[in-house]
Write a protein that binds this ligand. Structure first.
Ligand code: CP
Ligand code: NVA
Length: 306
């Protein structure tokens, strides 16, 4: 039994299989075909934080394949009313698969250790693997082969940045990263990244103009993630020179696309003209969350796609 807690859980061939499943399932829906491949299967969503995309794309994805889903928000008392281990061992007797959104990555790891069904990380402070897979699937739709292309991330060294860096390692892309001092990817993470993906090219800078040069994709995310709300005002000042705006996009190649995992804080990390501009693929990314997660769920449950 496998789980998906970070992209380190996947080999290159696994990503290829998930993308192959995703493409087929996306094709079915485009033709208005909803085969009940997950009939009788149930997904539980255990969420400590708010969500639009992750929750709804998982639930709608299960429904469109004939399966069911049960949402358990903070009132379920996960880790509070009872221990994570008891919660995991009981819940996984009722459902086939669990998606969890947690504050601390250690919590989803503990859930994964005790659950007797696959667990998918729907975002933790350390990783957002479903997001990154949907992003690379979207980039593949735009560019075809991704090997050798460069993804430039401008902003906080957060969960999304980490998963994108690992995805670049899996897919043979260069990962270029610009953040203010103090908000870089941390050293232990960078050491592990180099160990896991020895061929990965990483470019680190404090100059956004430098990293977007030669990039096929320019990516940003919020400056203060969920759980960091009290730091938001201070971060707004530190990150101001790292805004992705029309001026910065001029330093990227003319065919470079703009990505954001959403939700966006318009006027902070990105301006309206960029996020709503012709080079923005943010809605394609959001749409692909559902298709890719259907690929992930059917892959983890070993569902044959007929
Ligand atoms: N991108 C993303 O995970 O969005 P939600 O927080 O709305 O799920
Ligand atoms: N880095 C953001 C991503 C939201 C999808 C957060 O953790 O809040």
């Amino acid at each position: 039994m496998r789980s998906l807690l970070t992209l380190a859980d996947l080999e290159v061939a696994d990503v290829a299989e998930i993308f192959e499943r995703t493409a087929r399932l996306k094709g079915y829906l485009a033709r208005e075909s909803r085969p009940p491949l997950l009939s009788g299967r149930v997904l539980a969503l255990v969420f400590e934080k708010p969500s639009l995309r992750t929750r709804v794309s998982f639930e709608a994805g299960m429904a469109s394949l004939g399966g069911g889903s049960i949402f358990l928000g903070p009132e379920a008392g996960f880790g509070k009313r009872e221990s994570v281990s008891d919660f995991a061992r009981v819940l996984s007797q009722y459902v086939d698969i669990i998606s969890a959104r947690v504050f601390h990555h250690a919590t989803v790891e503990e859930l994964g250790r005790h659950a007797t069904c696959p667990v998918v990380n729907g975002l933790s402070d350390a990783a957002h693997p479903c997001q990154a897979l949907a992003d690379f699937f979207s980039l593949r739709e735009v560019f075809g082969e991704l090997e050798g292309k460069k993804l430039a991330y401008v902003g906080d060294g957060n969960n999304v940045a980490r998963s994108l860096a690992m995805g670049c390692g899996l897919l043979g892309m260069t990962f270029a990263f610009a953040a203010p001092e103090g908000y870089q990817l941390d050293e232990p993470f960078l050491r592990q990244l180099a160990a896991d993906y020895p061929a990965l090219r990483v470019e680190l800078s404090q100059d956004p103009r430098q990293v977007v040069k030669d990039a096929s994709a320019v990516y940003t995310d919020v400056w203060a993630s969920m759980g960091q709300e009290e730091e938001a005002a201070q971060r707004k000042q530190v990150f101001a020179p790292f805004q992705v705006n029309a001026d910065l996009m001029k330093h990227a190649p003319s065919d470079a696309v703009f990505l954001h995992c959403l939700p966006a804080h318009r006027g902070e990390e990105v301006t309206d003209e960029v996020i709503d501009g012709q080079r923005s693929i943010v809605l394609q990314q959001a749409a692909n969350r559902m298709h890719v997660q259907k690929g992930i769920v059917t892959w983890l449950l070993k569902t044959a796609i007929t």
